[in-house]
Design a binder for this molecule. Structure first.
Ligand code: DOR
Ligand code: ZN
Length: 352
């Protein structure tokens, strides 16, 4: 698979957690994901959110129409869970092949989560149905109580929700703890059964909270869950390079225009779709674990979802290159800063 570790060819990866947005921004960001990835789980936190089978199907059509001809990228659609979600709708969407997972946002935990869940009793009927039909639940695992310190919100959620009742009351439910940021998250998943997985982002493997806050505030590194102390980043790096197949790739690429990031109350989200796979390669290389890179990127996710792996491949080479300062397009008024803009990355996609 590697030629003296300077070149690596892996099965085409999938992105199991992606924000594509809609309209002009979607047209601008979609080609980056479609170039490298075979499939992506598309997040439903549009305004209004994607809560119906018809809404998800129409959103999927808009994405497919926006793809360049000849590609074989496949968007997998997600149902946004609210207090009022009907289990019959969820099941119908799943059986018809429109919904792949359901996404749980605790209300007010993050961007466009105001329609999320306000009381756990409201979703028990949906969770029971999903457990029965084998449909995965993706969890934004942060306690939304504003009294809880922002750096503790993931650990508190694991304690109060996942450990306390969700995994015991629904022992067979497939759960993905999304974009984990803590040692507690990595340990929870490692110690759970094979129906519990986690996605890990390129940015949480790369930055810690000092990178956001020390020596000046860097709004383009602000996302939710927020990056934690360095010991947590180290724990995530150990987890992904351990070979444990419960951990898989999910970029959480979340574009916001510069104007919404560099302002009094900036939005959470990091746009990394352009270089995500290169950043992951760099992390695995630094961990001395390039032989585990393909499983994390291209095998563990399909296994969790019960899907085939992709047939085609992608090749990366150890070659230093500079990340662009901005992403723009003639068809869109917005400008976006990519993750690690104006910095160097020492792995480059050379064939895909
Ligand atoms: O940083 C984030 N951005 N975290 C999320 O949970 C949502 C996302 C977004 O949609 O911008
Ligand atoms: Zn997300």
């Amino acid at each position: 698979m590697t030629e003296q570790n300077t070149k690596i060819t892996i099965k085409r990866p999938d992105d199991w957690h992606l924000h594509l947005r809609d309209g002009d921004v979607m047209l601008m960001v979609l080609p980056f994901t479609a170039a490298h990835f075979g499939r992506a789980i598309v997040m439903p936190n549009l305004t209004p959110p994607v809560t119906t089978v018809a809404g998800a199907s129409a959103y999927r059509d808009r994405i497919v129409r926006a793809l360049a001809p000849g590609g074989d990228f496949k968007p997998l659609m997600t149902c946004y869970l609210t207090d009022h979600t009907d289990p019959d709708v969820v099941e119908r969407g799943y059986i018809e092949g429109v919904f792949t997972p359901v996404k749980l946002y605790p209300a007010r935990a993050t961007t466009n989560s105001e329609f999320g869940v306000t009381a756990w009793g409201n979703i028990r009927n949906v969770l029971a149905r999903m457990e029965k039909i084998g449909m995965p639940l993706l969890v934004h695992g942060e306690e939304a109580d504003p009294e809880i310190d922002i750096f503790d919100r993931e650990a508190v959620f694991i304690d109060k929700v996942l450990s306390d009742w969700m995994t015991s009351d629904y022992p067979e439910l497939k759960i993905v703890l999304e974009h984990i940021t803590t040692k507690e998250g990595a340990d929870f998943v490692s110690e759970s059964g094979e129906n519990i997985g986690a996605t890990v982002t390129p940015h949480h493997l790369t930055i810690n909270r000092n990178d956001i806050l020390a020596g000046g505030i860097r709004p383009h590194l602000y996302c939710l869950p927020i990056a934690k102390r360095d010991k947590h980043r180290q724990a995530l790096r150990e987890a992904v390079s351990s070979g444990n197949d419960s951990f898989f790739l999910g970029t959480d690429s979340a574009p916001h225009p510069i104007s919404a990031k560099e302002t009094d109350c900036g939005c959470a989200g990091i746009f990394n779709a352009a270089n995500a796979i290169e950043v992951y390669a760099k992390v695995f290389d630094e961990m001395g674990a390039l032989e585990k890179f393909e499983a994390f990127s291209s095998l563990n996710g399909p296994k969790f979802y019960g899907l085939e792996t992709n047939d085609s491949t992608i090749t990366l080479e150890r070659r230093t290159h500079l990340v662009a300062e901005e992403i723009s397009s003639p068809s869109c008024n917005e400008i976006i800063r990519p993750f690690l803009f104006k910095e160097e990355i020492n792995w480059l996609v050379v064939d895909c």
